[in-house]
Structure formats: C-alpha cells, structure tokens
Design a protein around this ligand. Structure first.
Ligand SMILES: *[C@@H]1O[C@H](CO)[C@@H](O)[C@H](O)[C@H]1NC(C)=O
Ligand SMILES: *[C@@H]1O[C@H](CO)[C@@H](O)[C@H](O)[C@H]1NC(C)=O
Ligand SMILES: *[C@@H]1O[C@H](CO)[C@@H](O)[C@H](O)[C@H]1NC(C)=O
Ligand SMILES: *[C@@H]1O[C@H](CO)[C@@H](O)[C@H](O)[C@H]1NC(C)=O
Ligand SMILES: *[C@@H]1O[C@H](CO)[C@@H](O)[C@H](O)[C@H]1NC(C)=O
Ligand SMILES: *[C@@H]1O[C@H](CO)[C@@H](O)[C@H](O)[C@H]1NC(C)=O
Ligand SMILES: *[C@@H]1O[C@H](CO)[C@@H](O)[C@H](O)[C@H]1NC(C)=O
Length: 765
C-alpha cells in the first residue's frame, strides 16, 4: 500500500473503531518487549504463513495488514469489495490469530501440532464476516525449557517452520531461545578452560535442558562441535522466523552454573557445590555455582550475555533460573535479595532495559522458600523488570501464596504434561476458571497466559483450549466449545462425535485435586507387587467414547486429512482403554498373588501380556505412535558416522533409564510401538514369570533380585541397542481397534474376568 492509502486506512480505522476503555494489564511491559520489525516485514511473514497453511491459491483470497494504530494485540476481519477477506492486526501474530479465528469459527477448519496444512475446497466462497477481537492477555507465552529436550531435540528447521506457524496462529507472542552451547564453548575457552573440561560439562543433546539449569553435567555427552555449531544456526533461523511475525523471544542469561574446572582457573572465587540431583552419580552431577556476589559472576554473566545478544539480537528479555530444583546455599533474606539483585544487575549492565524471565517452579512445594525469602528475592528486582512464569497454575498456583508475586508481573501457565508422556489427562474446568479468577484477583499482577508443557504431541485439546482461554476476557462456554471442537476436528456435524468429546471432557479431562499426575501408568512402570494405580475418572466414559468413535467411522469425510485425524484419535482412545484396563488387571493380579491363587494369577498374567500385544499392534498402526520416528530423527541429526551412536543412545536413554543406571527411570515414558514390544512387555513378562515361580514354589517374591535382573537385562541395555524400527505405520487402525474392542468387551462379559474386574481401581474425587 502506498503512503496515502495507508493514511486513509488509518483515519478510517480511527473513526470506525473507538478506543477501548482500558489497556490490558501489562501492555506497557509487553510493548517494550515486542521486536522492532517493520509492518511490511510482518505482513510478508503472515502472507507466507497463510500460503503454507491453505496453499498459494486459496491464500490469494486473504489480504493482510499490520497496523500499529489498532488496539494492542487485536485483529479485525472484514470483507473487501472484491470478495477477499481482509485481516488487519496490531502485529503479525495478531493477524495470524485472526486468520485462525476465521478458519476455525467461520470455515470450521482447525489445525493442531500434527496438522498445519488446511485444504479448502476449490472455488471456496469466503463468507462475509465482520469481527474484531483483542487479546485479554498482553502476553501469550509458550514453551518450557524442558520441551526443547523432550520434544524439539531432533527437529530440523522444516519442522520448526510449521510449529512457528502454529504458534502464531494461536496468538503466542513470547517464547524462549535456549540454545547456547556453542556460545559457552567460546566463553569458557576465553576464560581459560580446556576443550576436555568443557566436554565434561556439556550434556548430550537429549539432556541439555537439565545441564543448562545446573542439575546435571556431561551426561550422554560429549557434544560434537558440529552439533553445537549447527544448533546455533538453527536457533538463528527460528528466531528470525518468530520475530518476523512479531513474536518476542527471551534469551538465555547466566544463572551461575559453571564447569567444575572453573575452580582450576579461578581458585579464589567463591563457589557452592551444587547438590546431588536425582541421585545422579559423579561425574554427572554436582557442578559448581558461582556465588552471584563474587566478581567472577558478573564477569562471566556479562561476557556471555554480550555474546548471546551478538549472535541472536535481543528483545530485552532474558531467562535464567539459579535455583531450579536446587536449594540455595543459605536460607537468609539478605542472601536472597543480594542474589536476585546481582543476577538482574548482570543483565541490566548489558541491557539497561532488561527484563528477567523467571520460572516460579522453585517455589512449588518447597518448604525452603518461606514467604520472607520469596519476598526478598522477588522484590530485589525493580518492579516490572522480573516476569515470573507461574508454571503449573492449574494445579499448584503460587500467585496467591506470594501475594501476586509481590507485585511483579506474572504469567498464568498451564504446565499439564511431564516428560511428554501420552496418557489422556487434563483439567479443563480448572483452566477455564483459573485464568479469569487470577486476572480478577484483587491486586492481581497477572499480565499473560501461557502453556508450559514439558513435552508436546499429546492431549492437543487442552492446549487449544488454554490458548483460547488466554485470549478471551470471559470464560468459555465449555459445552459449546467441545461440541464445536468435534465439528472442526472431524469436519462433520455429528452429535455422536460431539458426545465423544463431552465424555472425554467429563472424565479424563476433568482432573481436579492435588495428587501429582506424572504420566506414570501401570503399563509403563517397572512392574512390582506394590504399585498403587489410581484414577481420577470413571473408565466407562472412555469405553463409551470409544464405541461412539468406532460407530462414527462411515461419517468421517476423506478430505482435509479428517479421516487421518479420526484414526489418530481412535488409536489414542484405544490406547487409553488398554492403559486403564492394565490398571484393573494389575489390581486383580496383586490380589491373586496376595491370596496365593496360582490359577487366577496365571490367567490374569496371560491377559496382561495379551493386552500389551494389542497395545503394540494398535500403536504400530498410527504414524504418531512410533519409536522409529524418534530414533530415525535422532540419527538423521548426525553429520558423521561417529555421531550417530551417540544420538541414538541419547534418544533411547531419555525414554527409558534417564540416566546412567535408571536415575529417573521411565519419567519420559512413551506408549509407542517398539517400546511396548521391546521394553515394556519384556519387563512385564520377566516380572510375571518370576512372580508365578514364587507362587508355585511358595516362596516370597524376591523384589530386589527382580529389580537387578530387569535393570541389567531389559532397562539398561535398551539404551545401547541399535535395532531399527519402522517409521511407517502398519495395519488398518480401524480394524485393529474394532477387533480389540470386540475382544476386550467380550472379556468383560467373561465370568472369570468379570469377577476380577469388579474390583475397580480406586476413583478419587
Ligand atoms: C459485508 O457485510 C458488511 C456488514 O453486513 C457490509 O457492510 C459489507 O458491505 C459486506 N461486504 C461485502 C463485500 O459484501
Ligand atoms: C588466590 O589467592 C592466593 C592467596 O591470596 C594468591 O596467592 C593467589 O595468587 C590467588 N590466585 C589467583 C589465581 O588469583
Ligand atoms: C491490595 O493493595 C492495597 C494497596 O497496596 C492493599 O491495601 C490491599 O490490602 C491489597 N489487597 C489485597 C487483597 O491484597
Ligand atoms: C449441527 O447440527 C445441529 C443439529 O442438526 C444443528 O442444530 C446445528 O446448527 C449444526 N451446526 C452446524 C455448525 O452446522
Ligand atoms: C461409572 O459409570 C457407569 C456408567 O455411567 C456407572 O454404571 C458406574 O456405576 C460408574 N462407576 C463408578 C465407580 O462410579
Ligand atoms: C534376593 O536376591 C538378592 C540379590 O539377588 C539376594 O542377595 C538375596 O539373598 C535374595 N533374598 C532372598 C530372601 O532370597
Ligand atoms: C552402554 O555403552 C556404554 C559405552 O558406550 C557403556 O559404558 C555402558 O556400560 C553400556 N551399558 C550397558 C548396559 O551395556
């Protein structure tokens, strides 16, 4: 548009849309972080995004405009005389959000993590809709430092490109850029460390999140130089794509954690040895923490941050967590105050407009952090220059207890997922209510809403919902929202499919309470005789939902990947049924063992193994449930034959032993084909054999002997194996699911099984 036209448009807009009565809280802060990217560049970036989403032809039907005179983080949809749809927005992200609104609520087409392309019918007539909306959240945040290790670790830029499109479509305006190893390599070299000393510090690709936070060091390394170099290039590409859409990106800052070799070079500095984290043995644990009061802290911090900004540019926001899952040296308010002031001071020395992005995780369920210590820590930074991510607001919010972070701005975040595990789970009501309540809380300093899952690729519905709750000023009507979700997900208006999602909403997604759900289910845990499976929902709802899904098969359209999405959900619900059925089998197995009923025990043991076979079979039929995809992606990252085994080891170990000898065993378990067959099932088979033998010989089950054996024969060797797994799904998911349904529903009527089945897993309220 030339200048005159633009001016006219601006005047017209000013006349048409009167300004809102209030600015969303935190607007000034959010505006100060927005990247300084010209509207033209942002427009072009959204134009290209739209082309990727709907294809170049359909993209011609949309006209985009970035206009800084619109309300902050708002968009307006209207139709031009030539029938094209105009989406104007405050920045690229707002336009993308408006485009998503049009797709989802006007055309009834939606996207998700696995689907970022939408097929519009040829010659589609775009309905004339006039609609405008402003985000109720000045900041919409996404990512957890762990997501980079659990989900993004093997991604190339092509995968990132699609993911960044998705982020913009959801309205996400703030995220992080944690890749920093090549920069540290330079910094440590300059400080006088040797290559071997740095190699001993940097962890392998799949474990960097925890090494960056000071929890571990060197595990599954060393990091090949090529890897470090290519990762920085990847981060630069990602940043460029994000900023060109108007997203702000927080950069890493120095938190105090350094290689132990720093003591050799700077023997007189004041260090604290980091406590042992999750029993990690030497030399993989216990690095050094440079005391922020020591001059060395500022030296390292400013040196590092200068280089980070040099490589990445800056949006004046930096993240670091000196005490994430690590206890400070002393419980003293002056120490906390000085520490926070020094950390922030080291940022503001480099960038006077610095804002420190902090994870509030350290305050969760940690008796160390008394109110006085928290207040001292938080208020040592000038108000508005510390932005706290309240990391698991749906379950353990800290903003009430900290009096809204003593006035420091915070982001309400749904964490939801740990380790990228795959069970269906969520707290729909708590998210919908929690966000508005926190906003309306007296003296609230909430400035945004975020999603901070440790891993993605599961329970998409929760993230979609949370992002819309974050944008919306009022609570969503969940009845309508879930009906509509079914409609856009499958592309057909079918009350049974709506019922499927209402059933899931009322069961698996209705979690409330304080028990920690960390994605550990019987099926994926190391077997034992003392597990305590628990459930927060009535499993009959899942069975009903499954039946309705199966019945809806013939109504699903073939276009626009709808059938594929349907099959994905069918596999997921089948998986959920098998997961919960394994809990029930196990409860009965335990009872049979306790009562010394050998026949009953053997019968259920056989069922358990059959169930695992069925789980393997149904997962193998879906392309998003394959171990092969994960392993092949890891191997593809190698730039030489030498790197490949290292990456494969990283990929396998993270999913299973999570450490040299099972330190965080199965934390990041995945119900994937390949893992079920070669890891979870062999483990159960070994356990069931040993327990049967114990029953037969009237001897006590020797659990320490079993643990030792299963660790040495199944769990630990898995990391070192190199078997190749398919990246292609096998079998017809619908037929497999149907077969499993008929078989296990029949089993439920089998008198023997019914008897065993009557013992429900304890349902908590
Ligand atoms: C679209 O609808 C609006 C409001 O009803 C109307 O003013 C406008 O003329 C319509 N635009 C077109 C191109 O039909
Ligand atoms: C450390 O302190 C000792 C004693 O004060 C001094 O002799 C030594 O030179 C110092 N070392 C360094 C590297 O500054
Ligand atoms: C809100 O802030 C005011 C002024 O600082 C204070 O007097 C009042 O007690 C606070 N209210 C709550 C509920 O914290
Ligand atoms: C879906 O079907 C119901 C009942 O037939 C109808 O009331 C509703 O308007 C339809 N919704 C859409 C978006 O077509
Ligand atoms: C679960 O739901 C089913 C069907 O709605 C019902 O018959 C059953 O009593 C419920 N079970 C529990 C434990 O609430
Ligand atoms: C159990 O196994 C452990 C190690 O395999 C062995 O040392 C121990 O003696 C066994 N205990 C019993 C009661 O047999
Ligand atoms: C796996 O391989 C590493 C060396 O690459 C070795 O140190 C380790 O002992 C092996 N673990 C198992 C369980 O074989």
């Amino acid at each position: 548009m030339d200048l005159i036209l633009k001016l006219c448009a601006v005047i017209a807009l000013i006349i048409l849309f009167e300004p809102k009565a209030f600015a969303a809280p935190g607007q000034e802060l959010a505006e100060s972080l927005a990247p300084n990217i010209s509207p033209d560049v942002q427009e072009q970036a959204v134009r290209e995004l739209i082309q990727r989403v709907v294809g170049p032809n359909a993209a011609k039907l949309f006209v985009v405009e970035v206009n800084k005179l619109l309300e902050f983080r708002s968009y307006q949809i209207s139709q031009l005389d030539d029938g094209k749809v105009l989406i104007a927005g405050w920045d690229g992200v707002s336009v993308a959000k408006g485009f998503h609104y049009y797709l989802k609520y006007v055309l009834n087409k939606d996207l998700d993590w696995f689907k970022t392309h939408i097929e519009l019918p040829p010659n589609v007539q775009l309905p004339n809709v006039t609609y405008s909306s402003q985000s109720a959240s000045s900041i919409i945040y996404y990512q957890n430092v762990c997501t980079w290790s659990y989900s993004f670790v093997w991604w190339n830029f092509g995968q990132w490109r699609r993911h960044i499109d998705w982020m913009a479509l959801m309205g996400i305006s703030l995220t992080i850029a944690p890749i920093q190893e090549a920069i540290w390599q330079d910094v440590y070299k300059q400080l006088g460390l040797e290559d071997e000393e740095i190699d001993a510090h940097l962890a392998g690709p799949a474990f960097q999140a925890w090494q960056r936070m000071g929890n571990i060091r060197g595990w599954a390394g060393p990091l090949p130089p090529n890897y470090r170099r290519l990762q920085v290039l990847l981060q630069q590409q990602i940043l460029q794509a994000q900023r060109s859409l108007g997203m702000s990106v927080a950069l890493p800052a120095f938190a105090g954690h350094v290689p132990v070799a720093m003591r050799r070079v700077y023997p007189n500095a004041s260090y604290t040895e980091v406590e042992r984290w999750n029993k990690f043995p030497d030399p993989y644990c216990c690095g050094l923490f440079v005391e922020p009061q020591d001059p060395l802290f500022k030296q390292v911090a400013t040196h590092f941050l200068h280089r980070v900004i040099q490589r990445y540019g800056s949006n004046h926001i930096y993240f670091c967590d000196p005490f994430n899952e690590l206890q400070p040296r002393v419980a003293d308010a002056d120490y906390m105050r000085a520490t926070a002031a020094q950390v922030y001071g080291s940022m503001s020395a480099v960038d006077p407009d610095a804002v420190w992005l902090l994870q509030g995780w350290m305050f969760v369920k940690n008796i160390f952090w008394t109110d006085a210590l928290i207040e001292a820590f938080l208020t040592a930074v000038p108000r508005g220059h510390l932005l706290v991510l309240d990391l698991q607001s749906e379950q353990f919010p800290q903003y009430q207890r900290t009096f809204s972070y003593y006035g420091q701005p915070f982001v309400w975040c749904m964490l939801h997922n740990f380790g990228g595990t795959l069970g269906m789970f969520g707290s729909v009501e708590l998210v919908n209510k929690g966000i508005t309540s926190a906003r309306q809380m007296p003296n609230s300093s909430m400035v945004g809403v975020g999603i901070t899952p440790e891993g993605i690729g599961q329970n998409y519905v929760l993230y979609s919902l949370a992002m819309e709750c974050g944008w919306s000023l009022s609570r969503l009507s969940l009845d309508q929202w879930f009906d509509h979700y079914a409609l856009v997900r499958y592309g057909v208006n079918n009350s049974n499919l709506a019922q499927v999602w209402q059933l899931l909403r009322g069961s698996v997604y209705a979690f409330k309470g304080l028990k920690k759900m960390r994605g550990k289910y019987t099926i994926t845990r190391r077997p034992a005789l003392n597990l305590q499976p628990w459930s927060w929902y009535n499993g009959s709802s899942v069975v009903q939902a499954w039946q309705l899904l199966l019945e809806a098969h013939d109504t699903i359209p073939m276009e626009d990947d709808k059938y594929e999405i349907y099959l994905h959900d069918l596999i997921d619900v089948t998986r959920q049924f098998l997961q919960q059925s394994a809990d029930k089998l196990y409860v009965n197995l335990k009872s049979a063992y306790r009562k010394g009923q050998l026949d009953r025990f053997e019968y259920i043991a056989g069922q358990m193994l059959e169930l695992l076979d069925d789980l393997e079979r149904v997962l193998a039929s879906g392309r998003h449930f394959l171990l092969g995809t994960w392993l092949e992606a890891a191997k593809r990252m190698a730039t030489s034959a030498k790197e490949q085994p290292l990456y494969e080891f990283n990929a396998r170990n993270q999913l299973t032993a999570w450490g040299p000898t099972g330190q965080i065993l199965d934390y990041a378990n995945k119900q994937w084909s390949g893992l079920v067959r070669d890891y979870y099932k062999p483990r159960w088979a070994m356990f069931l054999d040993a327990a049967t033998l114990a029953l037969k010989s009237h001897q006590e089950f020797n659990s320490s002997a079993f643990k030792e054996r299963v660790a040495n024969e199944v769990e630990l060797p898995f990391s070192n194996k190199t078997d190749v797994y398919s990246v292609k799904p096998e079998g017809n998911p619908w037929l497999i699911s149907l077969e499993i349904y008929e078989k296990w529903i029949r089993h439920a009527q089998n008198s023997q099984f019914l008897h065993y089945n009557r013992l429900f897993v304890k349902i908590l309220d």
